[in-house]
Design a protein around this ligand. Structure first.
Ligand SMILES: CC(C)(COP(=O)(O)OP(=O)(O)OC[C@H]1O[C@@H](n2cnc3c(N)ncnc32)[C@H](O)[C@@H]1OP(=O)(O)O)[C@@H](O)C(=O)NCCC(=O)NCCS
Length: 203
């Protein structure tokens, strides 16, 4: 095992490299690697219409009482174990025992980042803050060349995050959401574009 830039640990298993999710922070938040025990706090915050309406219709609605636990156990944690995804829960530094949302990075060609925040914490700039460090982790620690995210065009807050991060709208198509069929926008940014934006901000 060796330390990578950003403090992530790389453990090589059977000749295959994978990066273990490590704790990250922003000025206001801790990003803690997801654990099964987080499901109990996440469930009541996630199972709200305001949170799920613009998520893919793979999310069941009405949401089952053990839905988050089952997802963490059967999908999220196995993905993390196999180096296919990196999941964090979010906590305010002022109240670190309280989970307020989650963010994930996912390998693959279709969707590389997903996030949600409990409704009580919307509109405070928190996810914009989180997306900055997590996008940087995608490019600089994990070393991927491209970040691609589909989202419902109607999801103004999520869309603004893509715009403000300098992502490009590359495709529109229909998508199936918990709310039904909606226009989907696909946004992307390359590692070079991300680095150029960072350099411009520093310079
Ligand atoms: C999407 C989500 C994570 C945004 O988190 P947030 O912390 O509230 O977002 P921010 O406060 O950082 O705001 C991001 C931008 O959206 C704008 N915004 C926030 N809430 C908004 C709303 N309800 N309507 C319109 N714009 C909104 C903000 O003004 C900001 O724009 P600006 O940068 O031009 O000022 C949150 O709304 C959420 O959890 N939604 C449900 C889950 C979801 O849809 N996830 C994304 C799936 S693609």
């Amino acid at each position: 095992m060796r330390l990578l830039p950003g403090g992530a640990q790389e453990s090589r298993c059977a000749g295959e490299g994978r990066v273990v999710t490590t704790q990250l922070e922003t000025p206001r938040l801790w990003l803690r690697p997801l654990e099964l025990a987080d499901a109990a706090q996440a469930q009541p915050l996630f199972a709200q219409w305001e949170v799920v309406r613009y998520l893919t219709n793979k999310v069941p609605w009405p949401f089952p009482p053990d839905g988050v636990h089952a997802y963490y156990r059967d999908v999220a944690l196995p993905q993390a174990e196999h180096g296919e995804a990196w999941h964090w829960t979010l906590r305010m530094k002022s109240d670190p025992g309280r989970l307020i949302g989650a963010i994930s990075l996912l390998k693959g060609r279709e969707i590389n980042r997903g996030f949600w925040l409990g409704a009580a914490w919307h509109g405070q700039g928190l996810m914009s803050e989180v997306c900055g460090v997590v996008t940087d982790y995608w490019f600089e620690t994990l070393g991927f060349p491209l970040l691609r995210v589909p989202k419902a065009a109607a999801n103004t807050a999520s869309r603004r995050i893509s715009e403000r991060q300098g992502m490009r709208l590359v495709e529109t198509k229909d998508g199936e959401y918990v709310s039904g069929r909606l226009l989907t926008e696909v946004w992307e940014i390359t590692a070079e574009e991300w680095r150029a934006r960072k350099a411009a901000r520093i310079g």
